[in-house]
Ligand binder design. Structure first.
Ligand SMILES: [Zn+2]
Length: 63
């Protein structure tokens, strides 16, 4: 049986290209907020630290 490959799906382009990705859009900020909630719920202190890093520091996409 011949099958066709799934449609190529491309993620929407992000404006931030930093190593630790900063949220730039309202949707990305909502994703980060949800991630904070999940990390808090399970007591993931390293995860919280990484999420805080996504909020800190200079970002060329934030003007
Ligand atoms: Zn950035």
């Amino acid at each position: 049986m011949k099958t066709s490959p799934p449609e190529a799906q491309t993620a929407p382009a992000r404006k931030c290209h930093c190593v630790i990705n900063h949220p730039v859009t309202d949707e990305e900020r909502a994703e980060l907020d949800e991630a904070f909630g999940c990390a808090r719920a399970v007591g993931d202190s390293l995860g919280l630290l990484l999420l805080v890093a996504r909020l800190a520091g200079p970002c060329p996409a934030r003007v």
